[in-house]
Design a binder for this molecule. Structure first.
Ligand SMILES: [Cu+2]
Length: 259
């Protein structure tokens, strides 16, 4: 029978947190954005499940590193000042869950490896029943609960809003939709030299950003879930201007053809 060591529990908690963060990131839907993370998530998860029943020292190390890969990859996308654009958004709790997952995975993996090599593994009494085990489970449940609550509160706060600013001078209007973690259309025709209002209808349950760079300067606009956000801009020169969503940038992007 498998023994529940503290190190194993850390690894299970790390995987639960990573799975939660990715599920929240995709708006609690099994969509393309979620599925692309599954192969990387599955590696750490499978290694951890095998470790529960079969526990050589090296497997702790491999499972720990395997479980840290996805959270580290995702966090590296958020790294630097970009993470601040998530502050206050529903994605922020996901980023915190990922950070906790990295700590749990590395502490459980490296700690378990060292203990198993010394043959000094935790006794069953140091598992779920021990104060450390109870504290760990509570901490994980608390982190998941807080993430879920903030995601729901955020959705409630932003849905039903809408409206926004209007422009009382002649201008062009371009419609843009975000749905299933994609911009639609991904190619916009934007007239040069005049005010353009871009109406972004976010039909997802998650927040996006409308971020673009022109002449080396990056401009970002929050695009909250469930409302239409109006962005007013003007380009003085023709050319292609790429735009993207910061949290979903590897796959969520498009280009404005200014002419
Ligand atoms: Cu996005």
């Amino acid at each position: 029978m498998a023994r529940w060591t503290f190190d194993k529990m850390l690894l299970v908690a790390a995987n639960a947190l990573a799975l939660f963060a990715e599920f929240e990131h995709s708006g609690f839907a099994v969509n393309a954005d979620f599925l692309q993370t599954v192969p990387i998530l599955a590696g750490g998860l499978l290694l951890t499940i095998v470790l529960i029943f079969y526990e050589p020292a090296w497997l702790y190390l491999v499972a720990g590193i395997g479980s840290a890969v996805l959270p580290l990859l995702v966090l590296s996308v958020f790294a630097g000042p970009q993470i601040l654009t998530l502050s206050g958004s529903a994605e922020y709790s996901g980023a915190l869950a990922l950070a906790l997952a990295v700590v749990f995975a590395l502490v459980g993996g490296i700690g378990g490896f060292l203990r198993a090599r010394r043959g000094a593994s935790w006794s069953p009494a140091q598992g779920f029943g021990a104060p450390t085990g109870v504290a760990l489970v509570l901490l994980t449940v608390l982190a998941l609960g807080m993430g879920l609550a903030s995601a729901l509160a955020h959705d409630n706060a932003t849905s039903g809003g809408g409206g926004g600013v209007g422009v009382d001078v002649p201008h062009a209007t371009v419609a843009l939709t975000t749905k299933d973690i994609q911009f639609s259309p991904q190619s916009l025709d934007v007239p040069v030299g005049q005010l353009v209002e871009i109406d972004i209808d976010n039909q997802d349950n998650v927040d996006h950003t409308f971020t673009y760079a022109v002449n080396g300067t990056t401009y970002g606009h929050a695009v909250p879930a469930g409302v239409i956000t109006k962005v007013i801009l003007k380009f003085d020169q023709p050319g292609d201007v790429p735009f993207w969503c910061v949290p979903h940038s590897p796959s969520m992007k498009g280009v404005m053809h200014v002419a």
